[in-house]
Design a protein around this ligand. Structure first.
Ligand code: ADP
Ligand code: ASP
Ligand code: MG
Length: 472
């Protein structure tokens, strides 16, 4: 049961790295929060690290491990400069003193962690998570300072402090939703009831032993929906620097248009197939409670953006085109595979035992070939594992790979049961002069995906976007 007064809403608002990247941007983001708080809504704020800070922290961990402390120290002073400059612009007096000293003490601890890595010459997944958690821990006090300067009561907290409890799969931890729900309610409801706005670090949780974990790159979107579900919020508002979820990545297709509504399932497919606009698991916590997610532009807030809910709307059968690059295709073949179902199972269990994720699979009808798409970073490991597993050569004779591959997917609920979508897709791609390497259709019929050479990716995406009139 929700303990709320009157018609006011409870909303979780999330701001990504570009919207936290300096005093001016944080000020703009804070104004969006203040507007809702003044209306009487309860707002939980989730923030990412400043733009590129997480990448920097990853590099700093690696730098410390290989002994390059000079570069690491230089990076720490750059971080200090960026955050202190923002703190000084966003706050005055005691608040400024408090914010500055929090940032300095966090950087001090970061420095000690990196020195530890340097001395041990060892960077475990667990210590890496601790190191990258500093990005969000440094940005949250800045948002708090901006809100307090505008007369709003606010407090900054880490994901662990608000009760996001995860498994111990460092780098890609999953929330334990039942315990998280109890803890988050316990920690955040009294704060909200006291008229205080919590500013929570995105991306970070802690495991049951209290060790810091992270939810995977881009995980702040996921933090927002985990909190929204636990708090039974009315809405999740994810602020971006684009007008919502678009028919294609606007960086790839400048004529891409905002999609007004999408279903949870459509967004999951899009995110899985590389639409980097949301963390792939973002919709999962709110789906059951049917909490809508709105994606809107923080620099164009009057534009309604995209609403994600149970059912999408619109007449278009295909709603979006996505693309992922840096992939490779592995093809395994041999007459020994025909009619021996266990071979396919062995191929996949070999890959999964080696922690290699398969993005896409297709099998020829003769069963003599299976093609699998994997990340290029995993290619060498995958080939080695398969060669060892099938070293006898009686079942699988050839294993070969094509690198520099991209997978393109078209997504839309209206595709289900509609004939001619595949024909239209592939004739558009062929007319653009692009060769298709392999094809797969999800059993949900929500997507068709196909692989092309990376050099053909842009041409193919544009051709499909045009063929389905997504720019109209
Ligand atoms: P944030 O830091 O706020 O989480 P991201 O950089 O992770 O923001 O996501 C926004 C970016 O996602 C956009 O700048 C855009 O280039 C990219 N993107 C990829 N596909 C899409 C899409 N279909 N619609 C909108 N943006 C997309
Ligand atoms: N800062 C984290 C990252 O860059 C999380 C996020 O931005 O969502 O991956
Ligand atoms: Mg992101």
């Amino acid at each position: 049961m929700k303990l709320k007064i009157g018609d006011n809403m409870r909303v979780v608002m999330k701001f990504g790295g570009t919207l936290m990247d300096g005093a001016e941007q944080i000020e703009n983001s804070a104004n969006l929060v203040v507007e809702r708080v003044r209306k009487g809504d309860e707002v939980v704020v989730v923030v990412s690290a400043m733009a590129n800070v997480t990448d920097d922290l990853v590099a700093m961990g690696e730098g410390a491990r290989i002994g390059d402390m000079e570069r690491v120290r230089k990076k720490i002073s750059e971080l200090e400069k960026r955050h202190l400059e923002a703190a000084e612009k966003l706050s005055k007096g005691d608040l400024r003193g408090e914010t500055v000293s929090k940032i300095k003490s966090l950087l001090d601890i970061l420095n000690q962690c990196l020195t530890g890595v340097f001395l041990l010459r060892e960077l475990t997944p667990r210590s890496k998570d601790l190191i990258v958690s500093f990005g969000e821990r440094l940005s949250a006090p800045l948002m708090k300072a901006a809100l307090v300067s505008k007369g709003i009561k606010a407090i900054d907290l880490t994901g662990g402090e608000v009760g996001i409890i995860t498994d111990s799969n460092y780098g890609n931890a999953k929330p334990l939703l039942n315990i998280t729900e109890v803890m988050v309610k316990d920690r955040l409801l009294p704060i909200l009831k006291g008229g205080v706005t919590p500013v929570v670090t995105g991306f970070i949780g802690q495991d049951e032993n209290g060790v810091v974990t992270t939810l995977g790159r881009g995980g702040s979107d996921y933090t927002a929906t985990i909190l929204a579900s636990a708090l039974e919020a009315d809405e999740v508002l994810i602020w971006k620097d684009v007008d919502g979820i678009m028919t294609a990545d606007p960086k790839l297709v400048p004529s891409a248009k905002t999609i007004p509504t999408l279903s949870y399932a459509e967004v999951m497919e899009m995110a899985y197939f590389g639409a980097k606009v949301l963390h792939p698991l973002t919709v999962t916590p709110v789906q059951e409670r049917r909490i809508p997610i709105r994606i809107a532009n923080a620099y164009n807030p009057s534009n309604p953006g995209t609403i994600i809910r149970e059912k999408g709307e619109g007449t278009k059968k295909v709603k979006a085109v996505t693309a992922i690059k840096d992939l490779s295709i592995i093809t395994t073949g041999g007459a020994g595979m025909i009619g021996v179902p266990s071979v396919v199972a062995r191929v996949f269990s070999t890959l999964s035992e080696n922690n290699i994720n398969v993005t896409m699979i297709s099998q020829s009808s003769s069963q003599a070939n299976i093609s699998m798409v994997v990340k290029t970073v995993d290619l060498e490991r995958a080939l080695k594992a398969l060669k060892v597993e099938f070293r006898n050569g009686d079942l699988i004779r050839d294993i070969h790979a094509i690198s520099k591959v991209a997978v393109i997917a078209i997504v839309g609920e209206g595709m289900r049961g509609t004939k001619g979508i595949a024909a239209k897709t592939f004739s558009a791609v062929a007319e653009a002069g692009v060769n298709v390497l392999t094809i797969a259709q999800g059993s949900s019929e929500l997507n068709i995906s196909f692989a092309v050479l990376e050099e053909d990716m842009q041409k193919a995406v544009e051709a499909v976007h045009r063929a389905f009139e997504l720019d109209k």
